[in-house]
Design a protein around this ligand. Structure first.
Ligand code: AGP
Length: 607
């Protein structure tokens, strides 16, 4: 999704901004642009296409020590040079970059046109540049405040003005923005990844906050009256190298291989073998609060929703509390009943997914308690929640989520364990699960070590015009996540189904050209699962089965992928790992850009 980078200091701004933009490429974009303020006034270069194309096409003497840049993901108008940001006013004295969506842009465009302004793009953002330029305020902060007073919608934005070359003014409402502190130089960005090589001293703007950024520092303001909010920067604990792919051919591959280590990180210090439970201080709920929970509702989008289904299953199984998961993108539109004794759990890698954030706000607005399972520390969802569990997966760059997803599952396992142990989950069962969780990182490593055996299988699946992923109960969200990963990066049509539902319709599609990837763990449903495989085999449907050593598939002629067994409740995550590898190798076989799948963005910050 869109990205913002800004720089002000002693260096030439354009190279710093452009380098920052390349760090945001994985988020997904279709055009890029940069504006600098220098001795020749305001200069803008922007075009549809890649950041590297823009860098190559940069005009000569594109110099200036103040600059802002943007990668655009089209929302209003197609990916054209004119629609790329930065947008300027008619005199080209103001430049604006913007993430988010202005809901009343059509009305504002009409007003500006009626006032004689010639709009040059189809975007919602352009109105901001004109509104800033037309404000009578005598400071840039005042001009931006006036523009913001006229707009309705979400934004993270950065503004420069030729009359105020010593500053960048930024503002946030629903779309992330951080200010980074350097030595007599400052940075702004929509994502820490863009500036982490330069500084890890940052201030994260809150919604409804503005900031003035000069080479000497920054000050945060309330847009309403421009009074100071007094925010200071703090050190974030990140390792800049975590944002590099290193020797790996893609971030996705790096992140898949990191899973044994990152799985340890989410468990570290949270398991209590003595009492067979978990300690989750960040939840900010004591035993009495936990016991008062009568129902659990998990909210997330995409893969986070699917892993949320796994999590709801774990909670219901271990804590015997009714639990389910719902797509956060749908939740608030059905005017949900919010119950005081329901624990709402928002799950998100980025912590910035707008649909999930709005669902959290819906819960809290109606007085519900919402905790977060979030990877990015200090992100909007983490801050909006009443408490939560940080996932400690480290930065995840690839659009296709892998290590964060695994840690979401483990976060749910910890939550289920704690909820269970304040209820009827026995200490013996608690200890069994603690031991299972302790074994998991090594078992994930074991599954990853079998990667080479999956390459040919993945290539075969990549050739299919369409495929099914099937599973039952614990295995169904695994199948959903497997299909999701396959679709995202291979672009093959992959559909997830409950194995039990096949014969109620989709069996009609099974033929020798439609392979099925079946999740068949060794559990109480094995027999039923194997029976369904026979139905597929009878129709010559090719089968790939992710299963356990003990499972006898009979004569179905399937390609078996065997994973180690843990405790049945924890097996879903081990069954998920081979599906990541299958998707990865299918996409690689098809020659796709694995980290930047078409049409997708790492964090979806617009509705
Ligand atoms: C996962 O592979 C997908 N890229 C996507 O479904 C993702 O899980 C979803 O957009 C939610 O993102 P979040 O975890 O950052 O909220």
């Amino acid at each position: 999704m869109c990205g913002i980078v800004g720089y002000i200091g002693r260096q030439d701004a354009a190279p710093v901004v452009l380098e920052g933009l390349t760090r945001l490429e994985h988020r997904g974009y279709d055009s890029a642009g940069v504006a600098v303020l220098g001795s020749r006034g305001l200069r803008v270069a922007k075009q549809a296409g890649r950041v590297r194309d823009l860098t190559d096409a940069l005009p000569r003497r594109f110099a200036g020590t103040t600059g802002i840049g943007h990668t655009r993901w089209a929302t209003h108008g197609p990916a054209t040079d004119a629609n790329a940001h930065p947008h300027t006013d008619e005199l080209e004295r103001v430049a604006v970059v913007h993430n988010g969506i202005l809901d009343n842009s059509a009305a504002l465009r009409a007003e500006l046109t009626a006032a004689g302004v010639e709009l040059t793009s189809d975007t919602d953002t352009e109105v901001l540049a004109h509104l800033v330029a037309r404000s009578d305020a005598d400071t840039l902060e005042g001009k931006v405040r006036d523009a913001l007073a006229a707009v309705v919608g979400t934004y993270g934005l950065a503004v420069v003005h030729a009359d105020f070359p010593d500053r960048i003014v930024v503002a946030r409402n629903g779309s992330p923005l951080v200010v980074g502190v350097g030595d007599k130089e400052m940075y702004v960005a929509s994502d820490l990844a863009a500036i982490v090589r330069h500084t890890t001293t940052v201030a994260v703007l809150d919604d409804g906050e503005m900031a003035t950024v000069t080479a000497a520092g920054f000050s945060t303001l309330r847009p309403s009256d421009l009074s100071a909010t007094g925010k200071t920067a703090s050190q974030v604990d990140v390792d800049a190298s975590a944002y590099d792919a290193g020797e790996h051919e893609s971030y996705m591959r790096k992140e898949m291989l990191e899973q044994p280590t990152t799985a340890q990180a989410v468990l570290r210090g949270r398991l209590d073998d003595r009492f067979g439970t978990a300690h989750l201080g960040g939840l900010d709920m004591d035993a009495r609060d936990l016991r008062a929970v009568r129902r659990v509702k998990v909210l997330g989008c995409g893969s986070a929703y699917y892993v949320g289904q796994m999590g709801a299953g774990l909670i219901e199984e271990l804590a015997r509390i009714p639990a389910d998961a719902e797509a956060a993108s749908e939740f608030r539109y059905r005017d949900p009943v919010i119950e005081p004794d329901t624990l709402y759990v928002a799950v998100s890698q980025s912590g910035e997914t707008i649909d999930t954030l709005l669902a959290v706000q819906e819960v809290r607005r109606k007085g519900g308690r919402c905790v977060g399972l979030v990877n990015v520390v200090g992100s909007a969802i983490a801050r909006e929640c009443d408490g939560g569990i940080y996932l400690h997966a480290g930065p995840e760059v690839a659009v296709a989520s892998t290590k964060a997803l695994t840690n979401m599952f483990l976060g749910f396992a910890l939550l289920a364990l704690q909820l269970g142990r304040v209820r009827d989950l026995s200490i013996a069962d608690g200890r069994r699960l603690v031991a299972g969780l302790e074994r998991l990182p090594a078992q994930i490593e074991e599954v990853l070590a079998g990667e080479d055996d999956l390459v040919e299988v993945a290539r075969g699946l990549a050739e299919a015009r369409s495929l099914f992923f099937i599973g039952r109960v614990r295995g169904f969200p695994v199948a959903r996540e497997g299909a999701q990963k396959f679709k995202e990066i291979s672009y093959c049509h992959a559909e997830a189904y409950q194995t039990s539902e096949l014969k109620h319709g989709p069996l009609a599609l099974i033929d020798p050209d439609v392979p099925t990837v079946a999740v068949v763990p060794h559990d109480e449903l094995t027999e039923r699962n194997v029976a369904a495989l026979h139905e597929i085999a009878a129709r010559q449907g090719p089968l790939v089965v992710v299963t356990h050593e003990e499972v006898d598939l009979g004569e179905v002629g399937a390609r078996r992928i065997v994973v180690p067994r843990n405790e049945p409740e924890l097996d879903p995550i081990l069954l998920t790992i081979p599906l990541q590898l299958l998707a990865y190798h299918a996409a690689q076989h098809l020659g796709h850009d694995i980290d930047k799948p078409r049409n997708l963005a790492k964090s979806v910050t617009v509705e």
